[in-house]
Write a protein that binds this ligand. Sequence first.
Ligand code: HEM
Length: 449
Amino acid sequence: MKVPKPKPRPERVSWWRYLRLFRADILSAQPARLYRAWMAEFRTPFFRSYMCNDPVLVRLVLQERPDDFPKSDRIREGLAPLLGQSVFVTNGEMWKRQRRIIDPAFEGGRLRDTFPAMWAAAQAAVARLSEGVVEVEEFASHAAADVIFRTLFSVPIEDRDAAAVFHAFRAYQRRQPILNLAAFVPLPRWLPRGFRRGTRAAAAEIRALITAMTARRAAEIAAGTAPDDLATKIMVTADPVTGERFGTEEMVDQVAIFFLAGHETSASALGWALWLLAAHPEVQEAVAAEAAGMVPEFSALSRLRLTRDVFRETLRLFPPVPMMVRETTCPEAFRGRAVKPGAQVVLSPWHLGRHERIWSDPDGFDPSRWGREETKAAARDGWLPFSAGPRVCTGAGFAMAEGVLLLAMLARAFRFEVVEGRVPVPVAHLTVRAKDGIWLRVTRRGGEI
Ligand code: HEM
């Protein structure tokens, strides 16, 4: 079965129409040539934008000189009501200090500590999934939110506060997709910003809920009664350079981004992975067989080779964060073309993952490619679901463990089948989602669990 791909726009459109298409969906707003081009320049009366697929440029921006290509203030402004000064939007010294405090909590040994909570969330997901024709994106969101709450605050999604945060986020998103046009595109300041009515109030409600959870945790840490979870680890860590810890307000900013970046993305990947397994029953059976003997230990994950390759292949075909944006701060030469300061640089995990000059059979689902030698070079140049360099996703290791575990547990407990006439169409909002959800027929397997 063919892997869904958004229909590209015609080659030539006016920039105004381009912006309208872009607002609707950044994936179908792009022309087909971007799957072959190394670079593309977009000119509008207000800004220049360069999509860079050339691996040399991607490395330059993300790894070699990341300080010269910061995130733009627009992104921060667009997300500020919800995320404040979170690590996702800050730059420079502030960002560096925040990463020094956060990163240790996600390192290898510490990641192992989160495994029991992840396992419990996966068991709860298996118990929650019902048989019949099911919209699995919604289910995946629930499961991924549960993982975050259990690992961060040691509470399941059924907890009153956790459920309130989850529902408030959903309401927020329905009102205001997080990556709105104004946040992404440097339009002039006199154009309306696009905050819909009630957005700020919804953001304030979410922050109030998270503030209560964070303040309670600060009190538990002070009293010596706090559980040893991610929130505690981050809150007790002092910056090795300045000795500072996060205050409650700054921690709230980080919790908001962990929740947002950590559950929307993982849910998107899990939803697409389930569809891909449903569309490839022979692979699904092999994943179920591999998972059959799994034991609840962190080290068991490393033996799930096929499941991991399925998850990697999913992230190649449906990277949850389809594009990332940076800004030039000094004159640059991109592939011999002069680029002025203030230009927008777009890096596209979406196009890189399906790039015709990087991958063989770029639109095909083939987990076995991950065992082949040629994939090493392609993956280095074209597999960017977690970004790269110092600003790489903090949760990359966490997300790989979570994704593989959930997929394995679900595949061994259930059989997933595609539903005729319901081929999901990918669209990008905050993450890559299916236009009308991902619908699958779910049947419980007999006896395995
Ligand atoms: C499949 C799941 C995930 C994917 C595909 C993903 C992808 C990404 C990408 C592409 C970025 C870079 C964005 C940019 O630079 O513009 C990012 C940043 C980030 N992610 Fe993830 N992510 C995932 C899961 C998680 C999880 C589980 C967490 C936390 C628990 C997390 C926390 C973060 C944070 C804090 C940042 C900001 C890092 C910084 O700017 O320094 N992510 N993620």
